[in-house]
Design a binder for this molecule. Structure first.
Ligand SMILES: Nc1ncnc2c1ncn2[C@@H]1O[C@H](COP(=O)(O)OP(=O)(O)OP(=O)(O)O)[C@@H](O)[C@H]1O
Length: 127
């Protein structure tokens, strides 16, 4: 609920609409999210080629969702930092750098998980 507003909580349908609006804005404005979506599409294609089993598909899809979620949260943090500190401030920069680092750390581990799940399935199938 918007602080200070007298309105009730928005309906589930309206809340979903707001979330979709946020997702759309983030995808259109953030280059990193476009790159990630392209990476997920590649992972799905490789998964289909490798003929992943259900457990491996679950790992791959969960990894994709968690990375996308982290980047959306990073974008939200950047937006709030820009709101509260539009001028240069070392703490604003540090907050953005740490939020970005969180995404990159996750990406490294997800890439390793991708090699283990998809890579090993490709090796099993073609070697
Ligand atoms: N208000 C600020 N004060 C100090 N440094 C800042 C500030 N805003 C941004 N920076 C520095 O510039 C970097 C890039 O900030 P920017 O807002 O452009 O993020 P971005 O490039 O969109 O990040 P990402 O690639 O994760 O989306 C930050 O990580 C930070 O080091």
């Amino acid at each position: 609920m918007i602080p200070g507003s007298r309105e009730n909580h928005p309906s589930f349908r309206k809340s979903f609409g707001f979330a979709f609006q946020g997702f759309r804005f983030a995808v259109l404005s953030e280059r990193n999210i476009k790159v990630m979506l392209a990476g997920f599409a590649l992972a799905v294609v490789l998964g289909l080629v490798a003929g992943l089993d259900a457990v491996r598909w679950a790992i791959v899809l969960l990894c994709c969702g968690v990375v996308l979620c982290a980047e959306l949260l990073n974008t939200a943090i950047e937006t709030v930092v820009d709101l509260v500190s539009p001028e240069y401030h070392p703490l604003a920069g540090r907050a953005k750098d740490i939020a970005a680092a969180a995404v990159w750390v996750l990406c490294v581990f997800v890439a390793l998980a991708g090699v283990l799940t998809i890579g090993s399935a490709l090796i099993d199938k073609f070697l």
